[in-house]
Design a protein around this ligand. Structure first.
Ligand SMILES: Cc1cc2nc3c(=O)[nH]c(=O)nc-3n(C[C@H](O)[C@H](O)[C@H](O)COP(=O)(O)O)c2cc1C
Length: 130
């Protein structure tokens, strides 16, 4: 069984470098910990989908919750699933494009086809904010 979390959090105005630093940590740790997922950032809020082995993922989630680079971590979804949605992504940053008209289309292209419909909806709604 694989555990999944989806959370949103707030981090106003992080620079691309700051987001990249988070992604570098993800690349370093997640491959080793067998954690996968995706990360969206819109300049104000993060949405992250995390998946991995139960206890390990719980531990990572509590580390992330106390990270000072963001606040107000709100877990929107927590589930045990048979298979990963993002088996190939140590942590994929999905860029939210400026133009609202193309956001949905881009995301539809980038999101894995196997993603649960409820999570897909959550991600798409998040991407349409602001
Ligand atoms: C939005 C956000 C997402 C993060 N995602 C991950 C993650 O997927 N994996 C990870 O190891 N650290 C992640 N971090 C960083 C952790 O909070 C923490 O800084 C890091 O795990 C510490 O790793 P280190 O001890 O190897 O430096 C994230 C931080 C933020 C703000």
């Amino acid at each position: 069984m694989i555990k999944q979390y989806v959370y949103i959090s707030t981090a106003v105005g992080l620079s691309r470098e700051e987001v990249n630093a988070i992604l570098e940590t993800c690349a370093r740790n997640n491959a080793e910990q067998d954690v996968t997922g995706l990360l969206l950032y819109n300049g104000r809020n993060f949405l992250q989908l995390l998946e991995g082995q139960g206890e390990r993922l719980d531990r990572l989630m509590s580390v992330i919750e106390t990270d000072k680079r963001h606040s107000g971590v709100l877990v929107m979804h927590k589930d045990d699933v048979e298979q990963r949605v993002c088996p190939d992504w140590a942590m994929k940053l999905i860029a939210i494009s400026e133009a609202i008209e193309v956001r949905q289309q881009r995301l539809e292209e980038e999101l894995p086809a196997t993603i649960d419909p409820a999570i897909r909806k959550l991600v798409l709604n998040f991407a349409m904010l602001n």
